[in-house]
Every structure is written in structure tokens, then in C-alpha cells.
Design a protein around this ligand. Structure first.
Ligand code: SF4
Length: 69
């Protein structure tokens, strides 16, 4: 099932741990806010995505399964 890396921009503090740890999954914009590069997350990178979710000190990242219709 497809999974999506979601950013809660209100919770994000913009200190860049996520895009420093997983630059192929997350980049940053001019303001330093994270930008998800791959949506959905490729199956081979799910563990990496879960790692950045777990490491975010603000709990601003989430890995969510696509809703079935
Ligand atoms: S690690 Fe979390 S708080 Fe820090 S920039 Fe990434 S999403 Fe924002």
C-alpha cells in the first residue's frame, strides 16, 4: 500500500534534522521548511522515511497510508 510522508508545517521548527538525515526524501525551501521530494514514498525507502518520522523532535512528520476509496 502506498505511504505518504506528511509535514505538519505548524509543528515544524525548521531546524533541518529531517532533510539532513534523508536528503533523497526531504529537501528544504528558501525558508528552511521541509519539502517532501517523493510522494508516495518508494517502497525501498519506507524504513528511511519511518526513521525521519521517529527522529523529528517536534513530531511534525507522519507516515500515512493512502486512503482506500
Ligand atoms: S526534523 Fe521535524 S521539526 Fe525539524 S525541520 Fe524536519 S519536520 Fe521540521
Amino acid at each position: 500500500m502506498e505511504q505518504h510522508l506528511m509535514v505538519d508545517r505548524k509543528a515544524c521548527a525548521g531546524h533541518g534534522l529531517c532533510y539532513g538525515a534523508a536528503p533523497e526524501l526531504v529537501d528544504c525551501d528558501e525558508q528552511g521548511d521541509p519539502v517532501v521530494l517523493t510522494d508516495p514514498v518508494p517502497q525501498a525507502r519506507i524504513r528511511e522515511a519511518q526513521h525521519v518520522v521517529d527522529m523529528c523532535p517536534e513530531r511534525a512528520l507522519a507516515l500515512e497510508q493512502a486512503q482506500s476509496t
